[in-house]
Structure formats: C-alpha cells, structure tokens
Ligand binder design. Structure first.
Ligand SMILES: Nc1ncnc2c1ncn2[C@@H]1O[C@H](COP(=O)(O)OP(=O)(O)OP(=O)(O)O)[C@@H](O)[C@H]1O
Length: 312
C-alpha cells in the first residue's frame, strides 16, 4: 500500500499536508498524533472514504480516488463511536451486517457463529447490544467490521473507551488478524498502543513528522534524553524549562525526562549544572528514549520547520 503527495484541504485548513507513505501488507500500521493532527482524515483517504484534494493512493492493487467504490468492498472500518444497534441482540446485529455486506444467506449463520466464538461473545449472543460492557461492545464492533473478511481493516481510535485489560485483549485479536493476512491501520493517541504496532507514522498538524518501526524511532531519536529522579520534581522542572538547549521536560511520577538538543555534547552535565545552580537535588542519568520522547522531538522539529517556512 502506497500513498504519494496525499493532501486534504478543508477551506483554508490543510488537514493533511503532502504525505508520502509506504505501508506493508499483513502488518499493524499505527498513526500517532494529537487531536486534530489529521489522523482520521488521512486514514479515511487511504481507504477511499474521503476524496483527497491532491495525491494518490494505491491499495490492494486498486487506485484511489479512481477505484474507491471497488475498494470499499474489501475494507472493514471501525470508529471510536459505537455504531451498532443497541436494541438489537448481538446475533441480530451481526446477521444484519451480513446482509449489508451481501454475504450469501446460506453462509451468514456459520459466519456469525464463527465470529461469536472468535470474539468471545458466544455467552452474550442473545443480549441486547446496548447492555454489553465497554470491552464487549468494542469486540462486537470489531466482529462486525470483519464479518466480510476484509483484507484491509481500519480502526480509528478504537480503544478510547475501554479499560487496559480490554485493550490488551483487543490487541491480541488484532495480532491474530494480521497473522491471517489482514493489513490493519489503527490511529491512536496512546503511546502504549503505538508501541505495539509493527510500524508507525507520527503526525503533527497534518504533516508526517516521523515514520518507522517503534524501536528504530526510539533508537534513532535526534536528541539526548536525560532522566532525573528527584523528590522535588516541580522545582527541577521550573529550573530546567527555558534553559537553552533543553527542548522540553515531562514528568512521569517522581521522574522527569528532559529532552536535550542533539548538538549539546554532554546533555547530562548540562542538566546537572542547572539543578546545582538552582539548589535542587536529584540523580541525573542519560537513558534510552521512549516513544513519547520521539513524539516530542518530532513535533518540536515540525514547529521549528513551520516557523522557518512562515518566515521565508
Ligand atoms: N469535514 C471537515 N470539514 C472541515 N474541517 C474538518 C473536517 N474533518 C476534519 N476537519 C479538520 O481537520 C483537522 C484534522 O482532523 P482529524 O479529525 O483528521 O484529526 P485527528 O488527528 O483524527 O483528530 P482526533 O484525534 O481528534 O480524532 C481538524 O482541524 C478538523 O477540525
């Protein structure tokens, strides 16, 4: 799957700005970005649900926008909003979707039974969808989105309303779908979810600011990451923020992560000196970056680039 020069304008707003992507098949590909960064707009263009203002997509051997109608039959789509009928039972919802997808009548029953089993909903089969728990609703939505066995599955922030255990279960299902040859595109603003994807694109204000395997992104981060263990995180933060060469400081419990510009030769020394000057005690250590650090650096470089573009 390949996209080139993909752009979407809504009036004056460029929601997606000249994005090139190469997405491998039968893998889970994640889109990470804050609210409004263009994730939904981008994935909707990738699967032919939204016509791009410019650019092209080649997916499952079809071209979008030209062959978007044909493509729609091969995709499954699930959004964060529960879109099934609350006053139909689990089975009725799935049967109904079977007819929408034009699955032959003789096959629907078997498919629905298989889906109930695969998505652990057999016990709830006669329950009204509206009375399911958050995690069960989400599995039902996924069962519905995959009933016609799509080769491409699109999930737009699918796990925003469920607890961590349900999220883990959900991801187990996604991995087994990918193993069965389904390409999965998933948008999220959770770092722990992004970490699970085989590949990841980071978006910021419509631009693609980084892409790669999560562990490569973390390894190749363009900055030094310094961890500070301190009993006065507030004071440490105050003295580090605004220091030349320190891009940002994020608090994770009693630890702080300071992201230091890559041209600073000894980032730990810079942090130590700042703390000493402000009389704040703490242990300082250079650490391996995490995805949140990658995200901070990528979005920061993007704002600097935007400012330069603006000034030019
Ligand atoms: N149909 C539309 N008309 C006008 N503006 C739109 C439309 N759809 C999206 N936008 C705007 O485009 C930008 C990107 O929105 P999009 O929904 O793609 O972001 P997102 O990263 O998916 O955000 P979220 O995490 O909040 O879902 C936003 O500023 C949004 O207001």
């Amino acid at each position: 799957m390949k996209a080139s020069g993909l752009t979407k304008q809504f009036g004056d707003l460029t929601a997606v700005d000249d994005v090139d992507l190469e997405i491998p098949e039968a893998k889970i590909y994640g889109f990470l970005g804050p609210n409004g960064s263009g994730k939904s707009t981008l994935i909707r263009m990738l699967c032919g649900l939204l016509t791009p203002s410019a650019g092209e997509v080649e997916v499952l051997g079809l071209r979008v926008p030209g062959q978007a109608e044909e493509l729609k039959r091969s995709i499954g789509y699930m959004t964060q909003k529960f879109s099934l009928y609350e006053d139909l039972t689990v089975t009725e919802n799935l049967r109904f979707l079977g007819t929408v997808y034009n699955i032959p009548r003789s096959e629907i029953k078997q498919r629905v039974n298989d889906a109930l089993e695969e998505y652990w909903l057999t016990e709830q089969r006669s329950q009204f969808a509206g009375t399911l728990s958050g995690g069960q609703k989400q599995r039902l939505a996924l069962a519905g989105a995959t009933l016609h066995r799509p080769r491409l599955l699109i999930l737009d922030e699918p796990t925003s309303a469920v607890d961590p255990q349900s999220r883990r279960d959900f991801w187990d299902i996604l991995f087994s779908l990918a193993e069965q040859d389904t390409t999965v595109l998933v948008s999220s603003h959770y770092m722990d979810e992004a970490e699970r994807c085989h590949n990841l694109a980071i978006l910021d204000r419509g631009r693609l600011v980084a892409q790669g395997r999560p562990r490569d992104l973390v390894r190749d981060i363009n900055a030094g990451v310094i961890e500070i263990m301190t009993s006065s995180p507030r004071a440490a933060r105050d003295c580090l923020e605004g220091t030349d060469g320190i891009h940002s400081v994020a608090q994770l419990g009693t630890r702080l992560h300071a992201i230091v510009a890559k041209d600073i030769e000894d980032p730990a020394k810079l942090v130590r000196e700042q703390l000493e000057e402000a009389d704040v005690e703490g242990e300082v250590e250079k650490v391996t970056a995490n995805l949140e650090d990658v995200f901070v650096v990528a979005t920061r470089l993007n704002s600097e680039q935007s400012e330069e573009d603006h000034a030019a």
